[in-house]
Design a protein around this ligand. Structure first.
Ligand code: MOS
Length: 722
């Protein structure tokens, strides 16, 4: 149990986030956002803004900054502001005012007069469903729809016709914004070598690629720094509008420029979670064995169709064994802010629908919902030959049921005074992935080591993991290892995305450590070195040979060296041709609904996870607890509400409800510990996203158990329980 190594810096205010960087001569930029949902900007009158006190520049589609289209192999196209006069959503960046102070820039931004030619806008799923389109093929090439049928079965409908018990229901989930504590911001400084951009993101390398493309310079001229990141969750994967604008304006003005979004702007000038509508059909025999599953999904997307929230493919293929499966994924382009990755994209809303439907099937069968899930436990994703490398979902349920007191649950719930009390469960799954990553290890003459990589720790605990795995790999105490992240000058790290960072970086740490120890032993036994001519070995941070030993620091000092460095790289190999890899979990929740006020309160929650090796219990627990809280938020609190004109009605942290301490009881998190070394050398499978998966369904299922009311949309409000 190691405390977060960066905790003292964070809690004492010494941690410097992107916008905390200041430079002599720095100017401040403020974004101007559109006030219609769809149309063309006819004119922008910037006369008053330009003559306002302190104003240095007013940029717009008619007087743009030099920025170019951005496309990367990893994320495809990323939108770059001010490139044309088209407005596709309310709150889109359409101008940038730079002034001597933040207040001057903000005041001048209010003076920009915009004339629009407005067009009718589609701003709700109801508006857009009629014109839904097939989703483009997913990144792994899967088509938008897929049908897998048992031999001799002609159609999925035939499989349902042959199913003695069928449940069918349509579920919906609300759009969300990441609402990270740190709003998107950037500080850009140009020098002889190029530009340095300080901006919170999920991986310095991607930011370098995107900024270089946008600025039309070589990647060697962009230095991306993100030492601390105040929350990301997928919302700081792509480079943000403030970063593009600050970098381009700093170049145009020849001064450092800082740009930060106001909280309200975060809700539109970034991207968030799609709204979804999902129709589930499940067919089973009387014993609860699934015969057929169908999952048809619609997700909102921006008019540029830049992101698909893959609820069907990301969920129903992976959770349960069935011989017959039909999936489809459609997109609903809307005049709303763009959608993007948000913690467990696909699985989070997808598991709400699927795991609610499974609960409905359990009710129809009069069967315990855990029993139903275990009966359909799959050993491989449906239609794939590759079995999971390790899967202990059944143990998650058994351990969880005992810990949670599941045996006390009745199908009708129970009462406690004026409270109706129910319990719910859901399965959770998230694929275990890995990205290429490189790590440099430096042994220093003072007997400490430095582990550096260009990845990022947006609160995940990666920094702490690097010191632990670094210490373990070098066979020294972790407090002798200084971890460094968040700088593109370090070897290219992976992304803190897709629950991949620990597995990716740790594997590279192990390889780098082996290399630097080899190099150290080579130095130790070179001619004129202390161990010349004797057999050498390494243990506990010391070189041993010829009956004596020196610490690596002593050896480096004897050789008059300050340090010795080596780099290790790792990338996914052919393991994905041999197995499927996922983390698994069982979510348990107890909800109390007040008989008269109908308020629903989560009173207990437990998550049991099979996520491979857990490197640091404390930060791992924190990751999972954060995800579970997000699941409660999705179930009972969180929704971005858009007015018909596309303006968000609750674009602040007063109106955009997230749980506060009073909403969250003690959270019990339990890890099964089965290292998965078929996936990577360190054995970790990923915990960043799975904590939120299934949680919303566990809450909704508990609400049903308490009240008998099945709510098929989230968030669930008091009105739903009247
Ligand atoms: Mo995240 S949604 O893993 O960037």
């Amino acid at each position: 149990m190691t405390s977060r190594v960066d905790a003292p810096l964070k809690v004492t205010g010494q941690a410097r986030y992107g916008a905390d960087h200041n430079f002599p001569g720095m100017a401040y930029g403020y974004l101007v956002l559109s006030t219609i949902a769809r149309g063309r900007i006819v004119a922008m009158d910037v006369t008053a803004a330009k003559s306002a006190p302190g104003v240095l520049g007013v940029y717009s589609p008619f007087d743009p900054l030099e920025l170019h289209a951005v496309s990367t192999p990893m994320l495809g196209e990323t939108w770059v502001p001010l490139q044309d006069d088209q407005v596709a959503y309310y709150g889109q960046a359409i101008g940038f005012v730079v002034a001597e102070t933040f207040e001057q820039a903000r005041d001048a931004a209010m003076l920009v007069e915009v004339s629009y030619q407005a067009l009718p806008a589609a701003t709700s799923m109801a508006d857009g469903m009629a014109t839904a389109e097939d989703a483009p093929p997913s990144r792994d090439g899967s088509p938008s729809s897929l049908e897998i049928l048992a031999p001799g079965v002609e159609s999925i409908d035939e499989a349902f016709a042959a199913s003695p018990v069928v449940v069918e229901a349509t579920y919906s989930t609300a759009p969300q914004n990441h609402a990270a504590m740190e709003p998107h911001s950037a500080v850009a400084v140009w020098g002889d070598g190029g530009v340095t951009v300080y901006s919170g993101n999920q991986g310095a390398m991607l930011q370098v690629m995107e900024l270089a493309a946008a600025l039309g310079v070589g990647p060697e001229r962009v230095h991306a720094v993100n030492p601390f990141v105040g929350g990301a969750f997928g919302g700081k994967g792509r480079t943000s509008a403030p970063a593009f604008l600050a970098a381009a304006a700093a170049r145009a003005l020849g001064r450092p420029v800082k740009a930060a979004l106001a909280r309200e702007q975060v809700f539109t000038a970034t991207a968030g979670r799609a709204a979804t509508v999902q129709k589930l059909t499940l067919g089973a025999d009387h014993q609860g064995t699934l015969i057929a599953m169908r999952h048809d999904s619609w997700c909102s997307t921006a008019m540029d169709r830049s992101f698909v929230e893959p609820t069907s493919h990301g969920t129903s293929r992976e959770y349960y064994a069935t011989q017959n499966l039909a999936l489809s994924q459609k997109i609903v382009p809307l005049n709303l802010p763009p959608t993007t990755f948000m913690r467990a994209p696909g699985e989070a809303p997808g598991s709400f629908a699927l795991e609610s439907a499974i609960d409905e099937l359990a009710v129809a069968l009069n069967m315990d919902p855990i029993e139903l899930r275990l009966r359909n436990n799959a050993t491989a994703p449906v239609g794939k030959d590759l079995q999971w490398s390790s899967k202990h979902l059944d143990e998650c349920f058994h351990v969880g049921a005992a810990r949670f007191g599941w045996a006390q649950r009745t199908p009708q719930g129970r009462t406690d005074g004026d409270w109706l009390v129910g319990m719910g469960v859901a399965s959770a799954l998230f694929p275990a992935l890995r990205f290429p990553a490189s790590v440099e290890i430096t042994l220093r003459a003072d007997d400490t080591a430095v582990v550096s990589t260009g990845g990022s720790d947006p609160g995940t605990g990666l920094l702490t993991v690097l010191s632990l795995v670094g210490g373990e790999s070098l066979d020294i105490a972790a407090d002798r290892v200084t971890p460094r992240l968040g700088d593109s000058a370090y070897p290219p790290g992976g992304m803190s995305a897709g629950s991949t960072a620990t597995a990716s970086a740790s594997t590279a740490v192990m390889i780098a450590a082996t290399q630097v120890i080899d190099d150290l032993l080579g130095l130790a036994s070179a001619p004129d070195a202390p161990f010349h001519g004797v057999e050498v070995s390494y243990e506990g941070g010391r070189v041993l040979g010829g009956g004596r030993s020196l610490s690596f620091g002593e050896l480096l000092r004897a050789l008059d060296r300050e340090s010795l460095s080596a780099t290790g790289s790792s990338a996914p190999g052919d393991e994905y041709t041999k197995h499927s890899f996922s983390s698994f979990g069982a979510q348990f929740c107890e909800v109390r609904v007040h008989r008269w006020t109908r308020e629903a309160r989560v009173s207990r929650m437990l998550g049991v996870f099979d996520a491979g090796r857990i490197i640091n219990e404390k930060t791992a627990r924190s990751q999972i607890a954060g995800g579970m809280i997000w699941g409660v938020s999705a179930a009972l609190h969180e929704a971005l509400e858009f007015e018909a004109g596309g303006r968000p009605a609750n674009a602040d942290l007063a109106g955009y409800l997230v749980p506060v301490n009073a909403d969250i009881p003690d959270i019990d998190v339990h890890f099964l510990r089965y290292p998965d070394t078929l996936h990577n050398a360190v054995g970790a499978k990923g915990i960043g996203e799975i904590g939120t998966v299934g949680m919303a369904a566990a809450v909704a299922n508990a609400v049903y158990n308490a009240t008998g009311i099945r709510v098929r949309h989230i968030p669930i409000t008091i009105e739903d329980l009247l």
